[in-house]
Design a protein around this ligand. Structure first.
Ligand code: PLP
Ligand code: COI
Length: 353
């Protein structure tokens, strides 16, 4: 499909890349393509970045018929720009779309929306250490009708923004609170989809944890309120007694692309990785016994983020003396090495633009 480009009349001033924060300044253009039931996708275009014109009755605003993705474009030392596993994001986006009764975007169109926009905005890809261009594709249902039905008119949109570290702490260990009141997802619900409603439902617990001095919450399963699932914007991994533990993909956990990549790297390095049900109790016990060696979160925005403290109710454990662990650092170095093109890419995860 041809993509029509309308350039912005004036270009914005780019933010200073040494002080970038996550997701606050957007580039000059965005990609949009419309879908109409019975007609399919049409009118692919790149237009100046601007507020969307949608009807106040649009489904997305009332019934949250929405899904999104997050990936990054990286500037390498030779000045070129590359993406990390973009097809994995596109396939996950279509799996989320299927769950939310939104139309799937043909993979070549979904990818073209990303690559053509990033090419046009390539001067926005920062080169400062640890910075990148965050890419946010999303699909919304925009039918102006209040009946609870899926939308006939939908839009696939891509916006991009230069970013620095997701957490103000940078690579310093974060403090995580085990949430034992609210739940994020249940089997049969939308936990495995990347959809706005999951995040809306997570905000209250996040606010409460923040007020107690914690960075994010660790969710427990919605049925037993016992088994750990994931953190607000990351999957989690623990090194206990030499083995790596991470919750299995049970239908209510997001199938993280950073998670997948870390599991592959850990296996390459000869570690045993157990994907299984893990109770919060098991983790606190391990920490008290001294067998909890490291803990970290994995996610596109946060990359690999050490966890230095875990708390639930009045109970609190410090992990690895609140220092970044050896495997956490090694995963961070290897993954960022591949992403920024400093290290070989044996698994073919990089797509050059
Ligand atoms: N879990 C949740 C709830 C997330 O929002 C994210 C971020 O995308 C992740 C896990 C990590 O997924 P990925 O590594 O694909 O970014
Ligand atoms: C990501 O890691 O890409 C995310 O989407 C996390 C969060 C910003 C929702």
């Amino acid at each position: 499909m041809e993509i029509k480009i309308t350039r912005a009349a004036t270009l914005k001033e780019k933010p200073d890349s040494s002080t970038l924060v996550f997701g606050q300044s957007f580039t000059d253009h965005m990609f949009i393509v419309d879908y109409y039931a019975g007609k399919g996708w049409q009118d692919a275009r790149i237009v100046p970045y601007a507020p969307l014109q949608i009807d106040p009755a649009a489904k997305v605003l009332h019934y949250a018929q929405e899904i999104f993705e997050g990936l990054k474009a990286y500037r390498t030392a030779d000045g070129s720009v590359q993406l990390f596993r973009p097809m994995d994001n596109i396939r996950r986006m279509n799996a989320s779309a299927e769950r939310l009764s939104l139309p799937q975007v043909p993979e070549d169109l979904a990818l073209a929306g990303i690559t053509e926009l990033v090419k046009l905005e390539q001067d926005w890809v920062p080169s400062e250490e640890g910075t990148s261009l965050y890419i946010r594709p999303f699909i919304i249902g925009v039918d102006p009708a209040l009946g609870v039905h899926s939308s006939h008119h939908c839009q696939y949109i891509v916006i991009v923004c230069p970013v620095g570290a997701y957490y103000p702490e940078g690579l310093a260990p974060v403090k995580i609170y085990v949430e034992d009141e609210d739940v994020r997802a249940v089997k049969g619900g939308t936990g495995m989809a990347k959809t706005g409603g999951n995040y809306a439902a997570s905000l209250r617990a996040g606010d409460r944890a923040e007020a107690k001095g914690y960075t994010q919450v660790l969710w427990l399963d919605g049925v037993h309120r016992k088994y750990i699932e994931e953190v607000g914007a990351m999957n989690v991994m623990f090194k206990v007694d030499g083995k790596i533990l991470t919750p299995d993909l049970n239908g209510s956990v997001l199938d993280g692309i950073t998670r997948r990549s870390c599991i592959q790297l850990l296996k390459d390095w000869g570690y045993e990785v157990e994907e299984r049900r893990i109770s919060a109790e098991e983790l606190f016990e391990a920490a008290k016994k001294g067998t909890m060696e490291e803990a970290w979160g994995t996610g596109t925005a946060a990359v690999v983020s050490p966890i230095g403290e875990l708390a639930e109710g009045d109970e609190k454990v410090i992990i690895n003396n609140n220092q970044i662990g050896e495997i956490t650092q090694k995963l961070y170095d290897e993954l960022t090495g591949i992403q920024w093109g400093r290290t070989a890419d044996p698994h073919g995860w990089i797509m050059k633009l």
